[in-house]
Unconditional design. Sequence first.
Length: 186
Amino acid sequence: MSSRQLARRVGILRAASELGAREGLARVQMHDVAKEAGVAIGTLYRYFPSKPYLFMAVLEWHIEQFLGDRAGAGERADPVEEVAQTLVALSGKLLEHPLLASAVALSSFAEYASAVPARIDIVESALGQAILGLLGVRDVGETERSRVRLLVYGWWGVFVAVLTEEISTEQAERDLRLAARLILTP
């Protein structure tokens, strides 16, 4: 992807994020995203073939931004605790904009039910790679892949539970710390 294409993609993601945070998923129209991003509707659909696909990309982009901002933040002596703290902080960051958090969650459900193959390998995602990095894993075998998958899927379930107010943020933090210890401690 050229630097111009990358800038256009980021502009689209930023526009979708702003609209999603203000309007929620149901009220955001692809035409509005294109207008806000300053691109033609055909261009938007070349980058993102559906609204759920777009908001899944928004989620991944926000995760990448969050992880980039945390890069270099002092490492803890306990890598499992660092992973838990990263997941807790990521949840908090995403929940700062409840309508956008709801939009990406709803899009993930819609995307998995659709025919558009947007699914990514969780272990290869920015979050999966960050977890492996925090743990110091360089040789990724099937056990490490399974641990990362279990932890990310657990994090997502806890995130959705907070979003739907099934559990409190305090309970979510306790659950994420326990999950990290249970899944990651050898």
